[in-house]
Write a protein that binds this ligand. Structure first.
Ligand code: PLP
Length: 402
């Protein structure tokens, strides 16, 4: 098969790398020529428990032989079981299932608007952050900060007010001046924005402001959820309870599923007819997600994310942390960002030639989202290979002081 962009019968929404994978196992992907790659990206934070985890494979095989889909016109026991699991993990009270992260956020945005109208706010607005990424549907790209994601799709959806990330004073100022705000939508740790980890008082501070103003605190955990940061949800590091949490990516380990969870009054905002999804929460996707959750807990993979994240961070920090071209190394569990002093997109292809899959986001941040099942020796190999690549790319044989 030829992978020439000009001959492929695909819309060119992605600039694809010159590799195609035939199969995967654990942290490893194998290309059609039999080469092996250490996957430090997990399909952009999706295959959290590794490629083709036997528990997920078995759940999908068994369920696909019984029932794939019925629609949400009927009771779906597996969906109810999954909602039970997710609400008990998150402290939320109800779930709406869709098929992607953007759809989960769409549901959150719609709940916020209904919440506003119920409180007699005719033009409800949601605070969103600089550096945010929430998806590519029209509402979620309007909530996203990246101009490249929005350009050409104007008119954008209105009703979003932008604030700097990790800045409580800015939120307080908006609160003083804008009576139309009904909610804050924020990633607890920004992913596409360059693995930005806020100060410890940020989420508790947002919670307090939301409580003061009857706003919903809506957390986008599409990337940071499902054990990746060393807690099931990243907000659980900060001892707060949001009103709405969205997640997707790692929830199905490759089966498309997204969920919007809500607590308090937000849990009962939607009424029949307000929202829906033909495929959302079908038996197959729910069976896969239940297998993922059980595996995360049974195999202590959330603790592993902490431990292995620390190992990768320390190995990289120890070798190039003081190099003049390393601006920062940020991480929470296995969500790791290495910010260089200059754009480093070409590193992705260089890493590919060394059998390592990485990503660069925000132009100069190397993003690592390896599977949580990664073993110590694989984590060390990942870190050492990456350090070598960075040094070579930056023309650094001997690390200079910053
Ligand atoms: N929100 C965050 C934080 C994300 O990282 C992403 C995807 O990268 C999305 C939303 C959109 O998810 P999806 O691509 O499944 O629609």
């Amino acid at each position: 098969m030829k992978f020439d962009q000009n001959t492929l019968k695909l819309m060119s929404t992605y600039r694809r790398l010159p590799v195609a994978f035939s199969h995967g196992e654990g942290v490893w992907l194998y290309d059609t020529n039999g080469n092996r790659f250490l996957d430090a990206l997990s399909g952009i934070g999706v295959c959290n428990i590794g490629h083709c985890h036997p528990n997920v494979t078995k759940a999908i095989q068994q369920q696909s032989g019984k029932l794939l889909h019925t629609s949400n016109l009927y009771q779906i026991p597996l969906q109810a079981n999954l909602a039970q699991e997710l609400t008990s993990i998150s402290g939320m009270s109800s779930c709406f299932f869709g098929n992607s992260g953007a759809e989960a956020n769409e549901a959150a945005i719609k709940i916020a608007r209904l919440h506003g109208h119920q409180n007699n706010i005719d033009q409800p607005a949601i605070i969103v952050m600089e550096g945010a990424f929430h998806g590519r549907t029209l509402a979620t790209l309007s909530a996203t900060a990246n101009r490249k994601v929005q350009a050409g799709f104007e008119p954008l959806v209105s009703g979003f007010v932008r604030a700097p990330f990790n800045d409580l004073e800015a939120i307080k100022k908006i609160a003083d001046n804008n009576p139309n705000i009904v909610a804050i939508l924020v990633e607890p740790i920004q992913g596409e924005g360059g693995i930005q980890v806020p100060n410890d008082d940020y989420l508790p501070g947002l919670r307090e402001i939301c409580d003061q103003h009857n706003w919903l605190l809506m957390l986008d955990e599409i990337q940071s959820g499902n054990g990746r940061t060393g807690k099931f949800f990243a907000y659980q590091h900060y001892n707060i309870k949001p009103d709405i949490v969205t997640t997707a990516k790692g929830l199905g380990n490759g089966m498309p599923i997204g969920v919007c969870m809500a607590a308090g009054s937000a849990a009962n905002t939607f009424q029949p007819g307000n929202h829906g999804s033909t495929f959302g929460g079908n038996p197959l996707a729910c069976a896969a997600a239940l297998a993922v959750i059980n595996t995360l807990f049974d195999d202590n993979l959330i603790d592993s994310a902490n431990r292995l994240g620390q190992l990768i961070y320390k190995t990289i920090e120890g070798q190039i942390g003081s190099a003049h071209y390393v601006k920062a190394i940020r991480h929470k569990g296995l969500m790791i960002g290495i910010e260089l002093s200059e754009p480093c997109g070409p590193l992705v292809e260089l890493a590919l030639t060394k059998g390592l899959l990485i990503n660069v986001t925000s132009e100069s941040v190397i993003r690592l989202l390896p599977p949580l099942i990664i073993k110590e020796e694989e984590a060390t190999k990942l870190a050492n290979t990456l350090v070598k690549l960075i040094k070579a790319y930056m023309g650094d044989d001997r690390t200079k002081p910053r």
